[in-house]
Design a binder for this molecule. Structure first.
Ligand SMILES: Cc1cc2nc3c(=O)[nH]c(=O)nc-3n(C[C@H](O)[C@H](O)[C@H](O)COP(=O)(O)OP(=O)(O)OC[C@H]3O[C@@H](n4cnc5c(N)ncnc54)[C@H](O)[C@@H]3O)c2cc1C
Ligand code: FES
Length: 279
């Protein structure tokens, strides 16, 4: 069992690897010690520090749902030193995981409400945790809509799950790719996420919108939601500021007085508006 030291990672074995898109992989990670598996719990929105001995740590959200216990999943894009080293690992390799850290999407406060997910590119993983959480507790929520876009068909992640979500009668999935990113077989929409959102025009009544994507997508999506009548309290996102300790000690992730690792990474648009201007 893990010691009480907060920096001590859980040893975890890669149980499965899925190649999602060019440079993007999902690992299913299982605890090597049964006691760790039993004591571990997390909530949707939280993240962790994933490490390889001799290479360092990288911060990823926990992409699996807290309703599925005994394992966690992470989906990462190869960006630099640590993610490249992670991408070279195989099924059976052992990683370190510290976490769960950070705050959560307050799902229990949203029972009885419509949930609208708006995601772009590699930013679907943090929302995927919430989507499966909501689907596993489906009767506690009203309408569930997922709008997901990527640059091209090849760049869509979780392709196998998109197929499943597209056939479910208890949710609505709308997928889109940027103009020029479609293939001859593509049956989804063609257009940027904010434009497609404008066309779908979801109503704000009793609805919470969770938005996650590249900064340019966020920048154009928030105003569309506002035009549709969503207030800043009805819109949530999750920030990805560079982190080091993950637990509010090193000051790497600060925005003014706010520690993104501890006070976030989940923020309502209302909360973001009170942060210094760069947000
Ligand atoms: C809360 C949180 C959740 C995250 N979740 C995921 C996730 O689920 N999947 C995923 O692929 N990535 C996620 N990230 C980003 C991820 O942490 C970085 O891509 C990763 O740490 C890069 O590590 P590296 O050593 O390979 O790259 P480095 O060698 O450290 O950097 C390579 C390049 O990536 C840039 N970079 C590194 N970190 C960030 C960052 N946080 N934001 C913007 N640019 C960065 C660097 O400036 C550099 O240009 C998350 C970050 C945070 C803070
Ligand atoms: S990452 Fe160290 S204080 Fe937030």
């Amino acid at each position: 069992m893990r010691s009480a030291n907060t920096y001590m990672p859980y040893p975890m074995r890669i149980d499965a690897i899925i190649d999602e898109a060019p440079g993007v992989r999902t690992f299913t990670l299982k605890f090597m010690n049964n006691a760790d598996a039993e004591e571990f719990s997390f909530k949707a929105g939280q993240f962790g520090e994933y490490s390889l001995f001799g290479e360092g740590e990288a911060t990823f959200c926990i992409a699996s749902s807290p309703t599925r216990q005994g394992y966690i999943e992470c989906t990462f894009r190869q960006a630099g030193r640590v993610t490249s080293a992670l991408a070279r690992q195989e099924v059976g390799s052992v990683l370190g995981f510290r976490g769960p850290y950070g705050n959560i999407f307050p799902l229990e406060e949203w029972y009885g409400r419509n949930i609208l997910f708006v995601a772009g590119g590699i930013a679907l993983p943090p929302l995927r945790s919430v989507i499966w959480n909501v689907l596993d507790l489906r009767d506690r929520f009203k309408d569930v809509t997922v709008l997901y876009g990527a640059r091209s068909v090849a760049d869509l992640v979780y392709k196998h799950e998109l197929k499943e979500w597209g056939t479910r009668s208890d949710m609505r999935l709308v997928t889109t790719v940027d103009p020029g990113g479609e293939t001859a077989e593509w049956q989804g929409k063609v257009g940027f996420v904010p434009t497609v959102l404008e066309t779908l025009a979801p109503g704000p009544e009793n609805t919470v919108a969770l938005v996650c994507g590249p900064p340019v997508m966020i920048k154009y999506t928030f105003p569309v939601l506002e035009q549709l009548g969503f207030t800043a309290d009805q819109i949530y996102t999750t920030l990805e500021n560079r982190m080091k300790c993950g637990v509010g000690k090193c000051g790497r992730c600060n925005v003014g007085p706010v520690y993104v690792c501890k006070d976030g990474p989940v923020f309502s648009y209302r909360e973001l508006q009170s942060l210094p201007a760069e947000y």
